[in-house]
Design a protein around this ligand. Structure first.
Ligand code: ZN
Ligand code: FE
Length: 243
């Protein structure tokens, strides 16, 4: 059996687009649709026929290309339930659901916090989890709809995946997150090493996504918070714009 292939590319100002392709079945999924034209161009360039869209949450920088891509490729849109529904949805998914890409299982994990319906997609055979706006490298999504308690539990579910699991975050926010992480956990060797490495990567124009479960367990200030209450305090502090 050949291996699942993941292709990642920048979209809009700071989003990433993701395609996952199964060479055996020919199936290809786009995870979120920040920019329909760019996703179409990238999948065409790869010679991959888009068969699926998996949405993490309703925000327009995650669903804006759904309709264009569905019209162009006739792909199946899997998205969490919401009123009004996410654009073009064919199959509503919720935490605990599983479906397949070819023969590869995909597990849906509910991660409320950033929005209430937010889900992430774990693909064990790819060692990958597409985490949307739940976890970022050194960061976490803003609490637009959910509570700190919900986000803390969502972090717990994602960071309970195998340590080497790659986390495909939907935005490149790392250097801003690094500044905040150093303000609250500065001096922690794992954090200082990670920040130095990420800064060098950004200078070379490289993405700091994906991160891994192991890296975020050791360095993410919202996990190092150690409790929902402290996660909430840190989130408010970061939102205050002082960092
Ligand atoms: Zn969002
Ligand atoms: Fe986003």
């Amino acid at each position: 059996m050949s291996t699942l292939q993941i292709h990642m590319f920048p979209c809009l100002s700071d989003n990433y687009g993701f395609l996952i392709h199964d060479p055996d079945s020919g199936q290809t999924a786009a995870i979120d649709t920040p920019d329909g034209d760019e996703i179409a161009a990238q999948s065409d360039a790869k010679g991959w026929q888009l068969t699926e869209i998996w949405n993490t949450h309703w925000h327009p920088d995650h669903t804006g290309g759904n309709v264009l891509l569905k019209e162009r490729y006739g792909c199946t849109v899997r998205a969490p339930g919401r009123k009004p529904p996410l654009p073009g949805v064919d199959v509503v998914v919720e935490g605990g659901d599983s479906f397949t890409l070819g023969t590869h299982r995909v597990d849906v994990i509910a991660t409320p916090g950033h929005t209430l319906e937010h889900v992430v997609f774990h693909v064990p055979n790819a060692g990958a989890c597409f985490v949307g706006d739940t976890i970022f490298t050194l960061g976490c999504g803003r609490l637009f709809e959910g509570t700190a308690q919900q986000m803390w539990e969502s972090f717990g579910k994602v960071l309970a995946l195998p340590e080497e699991t790659k986390l495909y975050c939907a935005h490149e926010y790392t250097m801003s997150n690094a500044k905040f992480a150093q303000a609250v956990d500065g001096g922690l060797p794992a954090l200082e090493d990670a920040v130095a490495r990420y800064a060098a990567m950004r200078e070379r124009g490289e993405a700091t996504v994906p991160t891994t479960v192991g890296a975020e367990r050791a360095t993410n200030p919202f996990w190092l918070a150690g409790s929902a209450a402290v996660l909430g305090e840190r989130r408010s502090l970061k939102d205050s714009g002082k960092f």
